[in-house]
Design a protein around this ligand. Sequence first.
Ligand code: GDP
Ligand code: MN
Length: 379
Amino acid sequence: MNLHEYQARTLFRAAGIPMPDGDVATTPSEAETIARRLGGTTVIKAQVHAGGRGKAGGVKLAGTPGEAGEAAEKILGMTIKGLVVQRVLVVPAAEIASEAYVGLIMDRATQRPVLMVSAAGGIDIEEVAARTPEKIARLGVDPRYGLLPHQALGLAFFLYRDVAQARAAARIMEQLYQVFTANGCSLAEINPLVTTPEGRVLALDAKLSVDDNELDRRPDLALLRDESAEEPSEVQARRANLTFIKLEGNVGCVVNGAGLAMATMDLVKYYGGEPANFLDIGGSSNPDKVVNALRIITSDRNVKAILFNIFGGITRTDDVANGIKTALAQFPVQVPIVVRLTGTNEAAAVSILQGIGMTALSDMDEAVQKVVAMVQEAA
Ligand code: GDP
Ligand code: MN
């Protein structure tokens, strides 16, 4: 789950990370009022789950409260990377002498958080990593000991020669590590971390992604979810208790089990197709889940055919067949469906499907080849 900057900065500030005070507005007049309260020059920033807002015109400086209102007027309603801006953050403008990058991500390969810093901040870190990887310093943090002060200081000296600035940056890195671990994050990022002409070190942006698995433990964080900023099909799927990720392809996939879902996507690609989604209906038997899955997949206009790949263990294949039958009776499905199922109650499933004029395959390769051929014909 991604947090908005205004949400993340609250957690950053609570951990002691130096950031200018500010507030969030949903209308130009609210933005003007906040700017008047803050005084001086302010920055008006689009609150969307996307980077590169600066480049897209979603970050504007305002010299007066009136200008802050005007900037908010321009930014509110703007579309950035497909996301409509519904809120702006209003903060006092800082003077910038330099911009650096500090980020923490969970690295699966080494099974630990990795702290990355670069003096080339303010721009996309992906770009820096691709073009000038030597400008990024990395440190894997042993979660048993956490980020040790001398490690943070070592990285901070990669950013700053000045001892006071390096000390300040090291402290910020330790605070960022605290935020990261205390909130079950998969990513915590400050870009830019700036120095001011007077030599202060400040965080001017805040980005946090919380691992969805943390949310059962932390209902307070779960409340920060902004469903209006998320992919609608993924929101619908979460409500239906389905594990669903929308992808760019045209083969809709309904599978039981995450491992089988991954294998199915691999096989779709192997035979020249592109999966439209990852979808795991889970281990339990419940025809409703199948109905919900079909409803979500068929609402994606890219989908040209749907593949069911069910390996019945705890999941009863007859429940899945009943789900398909119920769905087809409830709403029209305009695209062909290929069903591969095997395992628990297979004979019953086959006869349910036969009853509605469908055949079930039992071989996974055959089913995948068939569905890929169908989307290629449709193209
Ligand atoms: P992003 O582009 O979506 O990551 O948005 P950021 O919050 O990082 O802002 C983009 C850029 O706007 C920064 O890299 C800065 O150059 C500029 N910016 C943001 N806040 C301030 C500020 O307080 N003062 C000044 N002068 N520039 C700012
Ligand atoms: Mn940024």
